[in-house]
Design a protein around this ligand. Structure first.
Ligand SMILES: Nc1ncnc2c1ncn2[C@@H]1O[C@H](COP(=O)(O)OP(=O)(O)OP(=O)(O)O)[C@@H](O)[C@H]1O
Ligand SMILES: [Mg+2]
Length: 356
């Protein structure tokens, strides 16, 4: 099916294509007054079925999750030629674009914190309902009036996590290599989103030296943290500090991120505590006079560095790594072993009877 404005899907009329990722293509659509988002599986070869499984995973998660900042699932069809799901439309800009364009600094600091607080609450809700998102990043968050946590295509239920589950996601937002997959994998990515919403760029990533592979990226993250080689708030040049953060105690703020990015024993107990501490650190009387002076930071004093939007666009191009097909060889071997065990049991029983 060729998607176009005016085409009917599940009773809704398609309007325009609003986004696309590795797995899906998203359109706005309407039925009378109601506007929705329709996510279609991408029209690309899918030999091992990973994109089909991704849409299925999203249907599974959205059909169970309930939170005002997580889209509601209205309908889906996973049997048709161009599979799709229908969900709440997140109005407004994707946060990747918001950050890359610098438009994030047209929002006051307290408004940015409020938006982050809503996404933190969504993530806490997702975790409480037994899911791990596995791909928290600015490109999967949208809206500045009601922000939504989107893209549950690689989400996983807590009880389904195994030793391979941590190899899925987007390298730039994943914790150091070796960290097991759990709720912290999401809160680590969220802390990077927080940093980006405050400072306008990624805390570790240097576009001139960007690794592509997930493991390589995660190794880089480990090194950067260990060697204190990141854009730590106390090390920023004055031009790199956004105007409305000028009265903030950078040492205190840095300590907060060190905790968020650090080893399990030093981390924040939950996102609520993290967000409250962030509010206490940023919205102080010392910083009050600067709140209306949201001046964008400048990072490009070095002429060899690509401009911020290019850098961030490059970062966002790092597509999500989707889970590989289940290992059929292991399944077949398991079945063979089971058959041998059963056969041996039956044989022992029969022989035992015979010798009575
Ligand atoms: N409910 C929605 N309302 C509005 N826009 C949406 C919605 N869901 C997704 N989008 C937008 O569509 C784009 C692609 O969506 P999504 O991230 O879900 O696709 P994907 O193919 O799974 O992505 P990825 O490349 O991260 O795997 C994103 O820019 C996202 O902001
Ligand atoms: Mg996405």
């Amino acid at each position: 099916m060729q998607l176009a404005n005016g085409i009917g899907v599940s009773g809704y009329t398609l309007e325009e294509r609003i986004g696309a990722g590795a797995a899906g293509e998203v359109w706005s659509a309407h039925l009378g007054e109601q506007r929705v988002a329709v996510k279609f599986m991408n029209n690309v070869p899918d030999p091992d079925g990973k994109y089909a499984r991704s849409l299925q995973a999203e249907v599974h998660a959205l059909s169970q999750l309930q939170h005002p900042n997580v889209p509601r699932l209205f309908d889906y069809d996973l049997q048709t030629e161009r599979r799709y799901l229908v969900m709440t439309l997140a109005e407004g800009m994707g946060w990747d674009v918001l950050i890359a364009s610098g438009a994030v600094f047209s929002l006051r600091l307290d408004a940015r914190l409020k938006l982050l607080g809503e996404i933190a609450a969504a993530l806490t809700g997702v975790h409480a309902q037994g899911f791990i998102h596995r791909d928290v990043k600015p490109g999967n968050i949208r809206g500045t009036r009601v922000p939504y946590l989107l893209d549950f295509g690689v989400s996983i239920q807590r009880q389904a996590v195994d030793s391979t589950s941590s190899q899925v996601g987007t390298g730039l937002y994943m914790p150091p290599l070796g960290d097991a997959l759990d709720e912290h994998s999401d809160t680590f990515g969220f802390a990077i989103v927080v940093y980006e919403m405050l400072f306008g760029r990624h805390p570790f990533y240097d576009p001139l030296n960007s690794p592509v592979l997930i493991d390589e990226t995660r190794r880089m993250t480990t090194l950067r943290l260990r060697q204190h080689d990141w854009h730590a708030p106390t090390r920023l040049r004055p031009a790199e500090v956004p105007g409305d953060l000028r009265g903030v105690d950078m040492g205190r703020l840095e300590a907060m991120f060190v905790r968020a990015f650090g080893p399990p024993q030093s981390r924040w107990p939950d996102l609520d505590t993290f967000m409250n501490a962030l509010g206490d650190t940023l919205l102080t009387t010392a910083n009050q006079p600067y709140l209306d002076q949201a001046q964008s930071p400048r990072f490009n004093d070095d002429p060899t560095r690509p401009p911020l939007d290019t850098a961030h666009a490059l970062a966002e191009q790092q597509a999500t790594e989707h889970p590989p097909a289940p290992d059929r060889t292991r399944l077949i071997w398991g079945a063979v072993m089971l058959a041998i065990i059963l056969f041996t049991l039956v044989w022992v029983l029969v022989m035992g009877r015979g010798s009575l």
